[in-house]
Design a protein around this ligand. Sequence first.
Ligand SMILES: Cc1cc2nc3c(=O)[nH]c(=O)nc-3n(C[C@H](O)[C@H](O)[C@H](O)COP(=O)(O)OP(=O)(O)OC[C@H]3O[C@@H](n4cnc5c(N)ncnc54)[C@H](O)[C@@H]3O)c2cc1C
Length: 490
Amino acid sequence: MGDYGDRARSTVSHLTAFTVLLPISCFYKVAKLQERKVDMNSLKELSAQRPLDIVVVGGSLAGLMCGIALRHIGHKVTIIEEDEDERQSHMAGVCLGPDAVEYVATHDRLEKSFTHRSLRVQALKSAQSVQIFFNARREITSWDTYYFRLRAIFDQYTSSYYPSPPQPFDTDGRSLYLCHKELIDLQKAKDGNGGMVLTVFDRQSKEVTQSKADLVIGADGPDSFIRSKYLPTVKREYVGYIAWRGTVLESEVSSSTREIFKRSVTVHMMHRHHCIMYTIPGQNGSLEPGERLLNFLWYTNETSSSVDEIMTDGIDGHKHHNLVPSGRVRKDIWSRQLERARQEPLVEPFLEVMSKIQRPFIQVITEFCSSKASFEDGRVLLMGDALSLFRPHTAFSGTQAAFHALKVEEYVRGKIGLREWEEKMLRYSRLHFLQSIWWGKFYQHHIVSALVAGCHYWWHCGIDKLKSWWNGEASLLRTGSYTVEEYLES
Ligand SMILES: Cc1cc2nc3c(=O)[nH]c(=O)nc-3n(C[C@H](O)[C@H](O)[C@H](O)COP(=O)(O)OP(=O)(O)OC[C@H]3O[C@@H](n4cnc5c(N)ncnc54)[C@H](O)[C@@H]3O)c2cc1C
């Protein structure tokens, strides 16, 4: 009898689900198809007639990734960058998460490896006591290695990192990388074709020129001009702590220290502050043992007034906002911090590396997350750090840039409509933004505030899982999907 009752109940609930969910699902899918038609009409029609004229504002990692993806599908891409070609790295690492790995597999055209492989995340309690957190394969490179590689692919730029750039394919669109060009205004064109007019200031010649584009991509970083035009209230906010940073050649540290950091991301947790260390490529992207760099970071909570002092330039005394670059950190400030490291004390391998840093730099940790990614009916798009800036603990900014580049490509190809594109961009960014807050608070703040941040993040994980299941797609939360590989001691 109980069996019949269960079956009847199950049949009724299946029927209810079928009669209620099916029409909703059909309606939703038809609406999505409609939306795709409406959104892509103008851009799609245009690209059927000719390659689109696309301007990417900002020629760092996000802009280059997007530029390459769009060039590879035949469009004419111009990147405008306010800085110059030969740029200084912050000498810090960029981790290639799952979307960056997918991006590289799709758009990279060079053979030479450019990442150091780390196989686990571990905590160091003392010089002898290592606790393994979890095993996860992470490919880590440096900003400069990545930048010059992307330049070699985008516009065949020759550098000491990549002296022989790959030749473009016949199917590629034309590409231009223009330096010293700063976007100072952006308006809708008055010709009724839906395009945009960019006003650009040449920092060398001091000339101001105007040009037109079918599509403008805002990859102009955390202080984005484009974001400030359309979303003036979204601004970088200080999260309460800073990072003391620097790198040391592997060959300059003792063999025991080298051995500990060799193929791991290593954390040293203390009361509301922590250090982290990982290996990145050395000069000209070298991955040779000894020539690689150990990348040191120490996060400490600081009041706004102490930040004011710390951010004062060591040469001319002016105040930096977000970063004191290497060579400009005040000597007395760094010595004081080194003394604090000895007093704490930092665990010996970390202390050894910190005391050998010749050119430290200091980064103020800031964050924001935008609520919109497209403007002017999809003719202006935001991506990368211009859209949302994460705390660095999850090492996810470069991966976010890759995800955005792949999604912009799908949108321009007409594979997804504008609304779907924007929903995915924003959901992905918010998820990883909240995750970076949860991790940051876990390391730096009281456990209660960390748990509140954790709950907020897990709530959004639930929403993501539900939406992904509903759409029949993989979850947008990517940090759980790292490959595990055996850690061999040799
Ligand atoms: C020189 C440099 C070195 C870096 N080094 C590291 C590192 O070592 N490790 C790390 O994790 N991250 C580093 N980053 C940050 C890293 O690139 C980003 O976090 C991430 O890769 C995504 O970046 P993005 O391209 O969205 O933004 P960003 O890297 O901030 O790039 C934005 C670009 O837009 C340009 N720009 C801004 N406004 C305008 C305008 N109005 N007109 C024209 N151009 C404009 C900027 O000059 C910049 O090149 C570095 C960034 C730069 C610019």
